[in-house]
Design a protein around this ligand. Sequence first.
Ligand code: ADP
Ligand code: AMP
Length: 217
Amino acid sequence: MRIVLLGAPGAGKGTQCKRIAERYGLQHLSSGDILRDQRAAGTELGKRAQSYMDSGALVPDEIIVDMMIDATKKSPAAGFILDGFPRTVNQAAELDKSLDSSNQDIDVILNLQIDDQVIQERMTGRRSCPKCGAVYHIKNLKPKVDEICDNDGTNLIQRPDDSPEVVANRLKTYHQQTEPMVDYYKDNRMIYDIDANKNADEVSTLIFEKLDSLVRA
Ligand code: ADP
Ligand code: AMP
């Protein structure tokens, strides 16, 4: 199964992708996580991406497209779930072209719909484990011990691009550059809208009901 999960930054894509990947045995491919890993490893790609990420702009397509298409090609036969990619019409078209060339397609596109007022609170309260990538929220999805990762005991960090100023810029970027891509998909494919304003378990239930029905069909 090949799934794309769409949604504004902070909509809960990473949180839901981890659950979906586990339930259906898929590889979770997050463009943001891959970029952060490249930065932590000090690679040339990571250095090129740095200033864009820190300001809340999109990293140029010529960097992202190769990086993510390469990741999809290396993914196991069971399939993948894409998180944060594609984010522009051009990225979506390049992904289509690549899948087409190997007679593949995206099977399901899910769109997490969330109100802008909810996003600010989600992103500024987000905490992440720098070691295993687990994501928490200081109020909504707390770790067992404040500021400590449940999985490995590492001190949680706040992403530098989750500051209120950068969040505002990322939202602007989303509305200007990514929403037109949602329309591109709507013109070409069936998209399933999911109400992401609900709590994380309720959102998972909505997604699993949809995916289970598609797997059974
Ligand atoms: P994205 O990957 O779309 O940027 P995340 O999955 O990292 O979003 O979620 C953003 C923040 O909101 C995290 O702190 C996460 O713990 C929290 N969160 C995710 N889903 C929900 C939800 N349905 N309700 C409340 N908080 C949520
Ligand atoms: P995310 O973890 O998805 O919130 O992404 C963090 C940052 O990485 C974004 O603000 C962008 O700067 C960059 N990024 C992630 N995915 C993409 C993409 N598909 N296209 C361009 N930039 C991206």
